[in-house]
Design a protein around this ligand. Structure first.
Ligand code: SF4
Length: 327
């Protein structure tokens, strides 16, 4: 084994501020279409998560340190955008008040929005997704998924000094060269700004009745991509694989190829509900048999904690110490 036998994960609980989304990505089973007039109004969204329901969710997950805010998107400049953004802020504040750390992934943000959320969230996220005609076709109805918009967001987060999570959605018809090109772009941004704490390598899986485990040939191709990502990305960037989308009996091969993080694990996966999350104790036990140690972490990786504004930094330092003492 050539790498340190340590693999991290983030005890996490997911809150969904809304599933309403003005994009319509070809692979999405998370989104809800806006009702007529819903995007033009400034009233609350019909499925908006209120503070009471959010508190109940947090109370039900006392061990979760990360609160993942995963939201559908309202169009920039729409009347409802202000309310939508106010909800992201208030849920972030609620997470902090409950002693947790929020991590928001809600699509592209204006400079002002990102800067405001960066004062409440130790880390933010946005998938780069990928580049090439396969993504263009899937994103024909998704204006915020244009490559230039996504790259601009990674650049903006770098300029603001916000620890950032990005990633690629893999297996939608892209070539190996296009995967490489996407990784090279992330590496370039990382060399310029240093803020990319992790890159998720997410295998695309069908949901609902067509859900199926990743076939062996796809696993083999992804193992090559993982090794390539480890070669291309600077060494401080963590490589993350969602364990529920990968065959359990081949997880160690992924770790040996370069994966060193399993991401946020909640009791379920709201994006891919057909793929149950492995319970972390069972995961730890399985990995221990092969010589790997599973260690919990915060949504912001240790190296980037010193980047945070003072109040968030103090809190993250204290929580990281608690996790280390418990682990
Ligand atoms: S932007 Fe996200 S929520 Fe909206 S359609 Fe695309 S994948 Fe679904």
């Amino acid at each position: 084994m050539s790498r340190s036998p340590l693999i991290t994960w983030s005890p996490s609980v997911t809150l969904v501020p809304t599933r309403v989304c003005f994009n319509a990505c070809g692979y999405c089973s998370f989104r809800r279409s806006p009702a007529p007039g819903e995007l033009a109004g400034d009233g609350p969204l019909s499925d908006g998560l209120d503070a009471g329901a959010a508190r109940v969710r947090l109370k039900a997950s006392p061990a979760a340190r990360e609160v993942l805010l995963l939201s559908g998107e309202l169009p920039p400049g729409s009347r409802g955008r202000g309310n939508w953004f106010a909800r992201l802020r208030s849920l972030s504040a609620l997470a902090l008040a409950a002693g947790r750390l929020p991590h928001t992934n809600a699509g592209p943000l204006s400079l002002r929005e990102m800067s405001a959320l960066g004062r409440l969230n130790p880390s933010l996220g946005l998938m780069l997704e990928g580049l090439g005609p396969a993504y263009d076709a899937l994103h024909r109805q998704a204006p915020s998924k244009r490559l230039a918009v996504r790259l601009g967001q990674l650049e903006q987060a770098g300029r603001l000094g916000i620890p950032f999570t990005t990633g690629l959605l893999l297996g939608v018809g892209e070539s190996a060269a296009q995967r490489r090109d996407a990784l090279e772009l992330i590496a370039l941004l990382q060399r310029r700004w240093g803020h990319i704490q992790e890159v998720i390598l997410q295998p695309w899986r069908p949901d609902g009745t067509t859900a199926a485990p990743l076939p062996p040939e796809a696993v083999n191709a992804l193992l090559s991509t993982i090794a390539e990502a480890r070669r291309i990305l600077p060494p401080e960037v963590h490589l993350q694989l969602p364990p529920n989308l990968w065959p359990a009996d081949r997880l160690v091969e992924a770790l040996e190829a370069g994966i060193d993080d399993l991401g946020g694990i909640d009791t379920g996966d709201v994006i891919n509900p057909a793929y149950p999350q492995p319970p972390p104790p069972a995961l730890a036990e399985r990995l221990a048999l092969r010589g790997w140690r599973l260690r919990p972490r915060l949504c912001v990786h240790d190296r980037w904690i010193p980047w945070l504004p003072a109040p968030l930094r103090r809190r993250a330092e204290a929580m990281a110490q608690q996790l280390a003492a418990a682990g």
